[in-house]
Structures are given as structure tokens and as C-alpha cells.
Design a protein around this ligand. Structure first.
Ligand code: TEU
Ligand code: CA
Length: 565
């Protein structure tokens, strides 16, 4: 596959706007706040920013519930503020990717306000309406990702509507061509204002299995979120249509968030010959610590880190897409906890583990995504109590404490939330050690991580062990090194529970990426054995400066990128 597209050499930085930088002291990050930090991002070296939703929204799900796709929410500023941000970004050579949330809208969107009124108006079929069962109950046992049924009754129509997420997020009916046209139109609108591409929210869910068959419930579950929630029969038809209507003619980059995507079906989204999307975000490698046997809420019963599973998942994607499509590379986003707290070490080896995870990720083929704060090794919020959480996923679950569907005590839920909840990533960005971490002069909308006096941008950049500085080097390397873009991947020591080691081979030359993803000292005997005669001829990047050769053991979370010869 040709590797000449801008996004194949790019590193994309995700901004969670509420928590990035507040310019007017209301405690909420905003667009002028982002513009003020563009020079910071330029220094980091990134090529594009992806901004999570900033459109008008009641914020039931932090902006993923949109009530007007064309008007910026006043919390974040004005449309003019966005146009200014885009100009300033472009002036620095930074592209702007926006979030397209088109699986659902807010229930406050005018389309839904109309749709719920009657069965025979223009908007009636913009959403997915079904009659009750004869006994009045919901059409099927489909569950919502946020708990409870995916169906909500509307007395005005005497019908149920479908919502995969909160009941305030009704799913759009993509079977209706008017819906698809409306979505393509708003995409063109933002293109006309300079937007360069799209991150598409739950894009694998837009086509539904329209008969909504009941899921089997072997353990007596009341509601089920399962495979049928994604990859519906017309998904690829819709994506090809969107590509024809918008992405290709207007040359927009596309990355689809694709729950339910696997290394096996990924090519259907991203094989270039199919003209659908440029990349997808899979959940495969994020699900390695999800216990498939756990009761609802499954997510809050996570398993211990298993490096062998992580390597297996990432390798399957590397191998399946090589020469066919393009990968995304990510460990963090606004839905995931901080990787060093989840799988690494956010105490004694915080610098080492942040840089080690970054090394193994950025050494792969694909486009790396850095989530705000990841570049300074921000950690999970260990200082939260249950009352501090804002995310609907936690607050909904907390409401069910003590009911029969809930197998957790409050103490267990708090421990799980501190480990895995989305708010771990959503705490305000830690800029410096002044009041409120330099994020706001007001009252922050979400509690700030109490470790901000030591973990913040200003402090990190003054240290010899600077995570930011390491990211700068990684990003610069991606811009330079053709072998990183195009080289063939080979996993080494697949069953080793501590080392993540692989080679990239390009034009007859070989590079080694290796990290010890454990807090122990690990011998390199097995690694040297598989490398045979090949020795390090040049070290390109390392997080322990002393190392020269491979014959000394690897220190806790030691990582390096080297040329072999
Ligand atoms: O997430 C989609 C998704 O698949 C959910 O399962 C998500 O992983 C959730 O975090 C479960 O823990 C997207 C957005 O990224 C998320 O922020 C939104 O809440 C969701 O869609 C609805 O728009
Ligand atoms: Ca603000």
C-alpha cells in the first residue's frame, strides 16, 4: 500500500475541550483556550488535532449528545472562535479534525422534537420507532451501553424509540435517505469552514439489524449489549455512500470509532480499494482486561494486565492490515483511563512506564493518537470519591447500587471507577503548579487530580526525565523515518509476559523496538537468542540513557528503539 497520505506520517493529538484550557474563568475549557495553546502543540510536533464535540449540547454525555450540529455550544465559544482557531492552526501547519456524532443526536435536537410528536410528519422516520409488544413491554431485550433498556417509551406516539446510549441520545435511522443526506450536508458545511477531517463516533453502529431480535440470556440477564449492536447489514453500503458524497470529493480524512471491529473484519472498513474510511479505532486491545463472564456492569470488573494478550491483539491488527489498510495506534482517549495507571506504573516508574508504553505504540505501523496529558504522563484520578464523578456511566451505575442487578458494593464501585472509569482521562489538563493547575482561574467543572503540583507541563519540561521531551523525539522520528511508516512488522517473544519486542524491516534494514513492561529487571538472554548475530548498531531513542548494548538486563520499564546490523 502506498504511504503517501499526510495522515500516514502524522501524529494526531486529541483535545477534550472541556478539560484542556479555560480562557474566561468559568471553569470550562474553551476554543480560545485551545487557540492559546497551539504553540505548545506545535512544539510537541503534532500534525493535527482532533477536538471532541463542541457543538450545542445539553451535555448529558459530555457533548456526545448534540442538539445543533452547526452551532458551537456557548460554553466553548462561538462559531467565529472556531474559525479563528482553524486559521491559527492552519497557519502553524496543524490540521483540524472534528467529531462527527451521527449514530444519534440529543433528544433536544429539533429533528427528535418533531419526530416524537407523531407518526406522519417529515421527521417521523428520522429515528427508530417500534411498537410495544402486546403486553406493552419494550420491543426487545436490547440494552443500553450506559445501563438499562435501549428502548424508551414515548406516550405521544405510543411507541418506543431506540437509544444505544443514554435515553437522551436517540439513535438516528440511517435507513431513511433524508437522514443520510442531512448528515452529509453538515459534513460539507464544516468542510466549507476549513475542517480537514472527521473522527466518527460509533460509526460501526449506524446500520441496524432492523428486526432487533432478542439476545439469548443464559444467565437470566434483563438487557443485553452484544454483537448485534454493531456491523449491521447496510454499514458498508452507507460508508461507501458517505465516501462518494463527502470524503472523496472534499478530500477529508476519516477515522471511524468502531466497537465490534476485529482484525478479521477491519479490512472491510479500511481497505483502500473499498473507498470507505482511512482508519478505524478498534476496541480489541482495550478489551483485554474486560472479563466477558462478568455480570453487568461488566466494565467495572476488570482483569489484571496481560501483556501476552495485548501483544497478540496489536499484532493481529498489524499483520491483517499490512499492505491492505492503515491502523490507528492508541492507548488513551476520553473513554479510557490513563495507560500507566491501568497497565503500567504511575508511582516510582511513572516516567519510565509512560515512555515505555509510548515507545511500543509509536513503533508500530499506523497513525498514533496522543490524548491530552498523555504527553506528560498524567495519571488516573486516585483522589476521587463516588460523589466526584461526572460521567453518566459512573453516575448511572452508582444509582443502581444495592439493587439486584448490581453485584458491587459502593467501595468496590469506587475502586473500579478509580481504575477504569472515563473521568480518569477527563480531569483538567495540568499545565503548572499554580492554583487549579493553571487550567482555570475559576472553579473547575471536574475535580483536578491532586498530583498536579508535581505532574504538570511546566515541571515535566524542566526535568531531565521529561515525558514531553521523549514524545517530541518520538514524533520527530515518525516524521523522518520511512521505515516507521512502511516497514514490515515482526513480533518477537510472543509469549514473554514482560517484554514487548518486535522488529520493523524496510529496504533490507532492520530496526528493533523493545520495552520491558514490568517493574522487574529482566534478562535479555531470550531476546539475544532470537536476534542471533544481529547487534545494535545505532540507538535512536532510549529511556535509560546508560544503555549501549543488549547484553545487560533491561531495567524496570526500560525501552529503546535501535538499528540492528
Ligand atoms: O463511545 C462509544 C462506545 O463504544 C462506548 O462503548 C464507549 O466505549 C463507552 O466509553 C463505554 O465505556 C463513543 C464516545 O467516544 C463516548 O464518549 C460516547 O459516550 C459514546 O460514543 C456515545 O456517543
Ligand atoms: Ca471557559
Amino acid at each position: 500500500m502506498a504511504t503517501s497520505q499526510w495522515w500516514q506520517k502524522a501524529v494526531i493529538y486529541q483535545i477534550y475541550p472541556k478539560s484542556f484550557n479555560d480562557s474566561n474563568g468559568d471553569g470550562i475549557g474553551d476554543l480560545p483556550g485551545i487557540t492559546a495553546k497551539l504553540d505548545y502543540l506545535k512544539e510537541l510536533g503534532i500534525d493535527a488535532i482532533w477536538i471532541s464535540p463542541i457543538y450545542t449540547s445539553p451535555q448529558v454525555d459530555s457533548g456526545y449528545d448534540i442538539s445543533d450540529y452547526r452551532v458551537i455550544d456557548p460554553r466553548f465559544g462561538t462559531n467565529a472562535d472556531l474559525y479563528h482557531l482553524i486559521d491559527e492552526a492552519h497557519a502553524r501547519g496543524i490540521k483540524v479534525i472534528m467529531d462527527l456524532v451521527a449514530n444519534h443526536t440529543s433528544d433536544q435536537h429539533v429533528w427528535f422534537q418533531q419526530s416524537r410528536q407523531s407518526r406522519d410528519n417529515y421527521f417521523s422516520d428520522f429515528y427508530i420507532w417500534r411498537d410495544p409488544q402486546p403486553d406493552g413491554s419494550a420491543p426487545s431485550n436490547w440494552g443500553s451501553y450506559f445501563g438499562g433498556s435501549a428502548w424508551e417509551y414515548e406516550p405521544l406516539r405510543q411507541q418506543y424509540y431506540l437509544h444505544y446510549f443514554a435515553k437522551e441520545q436517540p439513535d438516528l435511522n440511517w435507513e431513511n435517505p433524508l437522514v443520510r443526506t442531512a448528515v452529509y450536508d453538515l459534513m460539507r458545511f464544516w468542510k466549507a469552514h476549513g475542517v480537514d477531517g472527521w473522527r466518527m463516533d460509533v460509526i460501526s453502529g449506524i446500520s441496524k439489524f432492523t428486526d432487533f431480535p432478542d439476545y439469548p440470556t443464559p444467565n437470566g440477564e434483563q438487557f443485553v449489549v452484544g454483537d448485534l449492536h454493531a456491523n449491521g447489514p447496510r454499514l458498508h453500503e452507507f460508508l461507501q455512500e458517505m465516501n462518494r458524497e463527502v470524503l472523496a470529493p472534499f478530500d477529508m480524512m476519516s477515522v471511524g470509532e468502531a466497537p465490534g471491529s476485529t482484525a478479521r473484519n477491519a479490512r472491510q472498513f479500511v481497505d483502500q480499494t473499498r473507498q470507505e474510511l482511512n482508519m478505524v479505532f478498534t476496541f480489541d486491545h482495550m478489551d483485554i482486561d474486560a472479563d466477558p463472564m462478568a455480570p453487568f456492569p461488566q466494565k467495572f470488573h476488570s482483569l489484571a494486565f496481560d501483556l501476552v494478550k495485548l501483544k497478540q491483539s496489536l499484532s493481529e491488527w498489524q499483520n491483517s492490515l499490512f499492505n491492505h489498510g492503515w491502523n490507528t495506534l492508541y492507548f488513551e482517549n476520553h473513554d479510557q483511563p490513563r495507560v500507566i495507571s491501568r497497565w503500567g506504573n504511575d508511582g516510582q516508574y511513572r516516567y519510565q512506564s509512560a515512555t515505555a508504553f509510548a515507545t511500543v505504540l509509536h513503533g508500530l505501523q499506523g497513525t498514533p493518537y496522543v490524548f491530552e496529558g498523555e504527553e506528560i504522563g498524567m495519571t488516573n484520578a486516585h483522589n476521587f470519591t463516588l460523589a466526584d464523578y461526572n460521567d453518566i456511566e459512573v453516575t448511572n451505575t452508582a444509582k443502581m447500587l444495592g439493587t439486584t442487578v448490581m453485584g458491587l458494593t459502593a467501595t468496590e464501585l469506587l475502586a473500579a471507577a478509580q481504575q477504569i472509569s472515563r473521568d480518569n482521562a477527563r480531569t483538567p489538563m495540568q499545565w503548572d503548579n499554580s492554583a487549579n493547575a493553571g487550567f482555570t482561574t475559576g472553579q473547575p467543572w471536574l475535580k483536578i487530580n491532586s498530583n498536579f503540583p508535581t505532574i504538570n507541563v511546566a515541571t515535566d519540561r524542566q526535568q531531565t526525565q521529561s515525558v514531553f521531551n521523549y514524545y517530541q523525539q518520538l514524533i520527530a522520528l515518525r516524521h523522518d523515518a520511512e521505515w516507521l511508516t512502511a516497514g514490515e512488522y515482526q513480533l518477537l517473544l510472543s509469549n514473554d509476559p514482560q517484554l514487548f519486542a518486535y522488529t520493523r524491516t524496510y529496504a533490507g534494514q532492520v530496526w528493533l523496538i523493545v520495552a520491558n513492561l514490568s517493574p522487574e529487571i529482566v534478562a535479555t538472554t531470550a531476546l539475544q537468542a532470537v536476534l542471533g548475530e544481529q547487534k545494535i548498531t545505532q540507538l535512536l531513542l532510549q529511556n535509560y540513557p546508560e544503555r549501549q548494548r543488549l547484553d545487560a538486563p533491561l531495567q524496570p520499564y526500560e525501552a529503546l528503539i535501535a538499528k540492528l546490523g
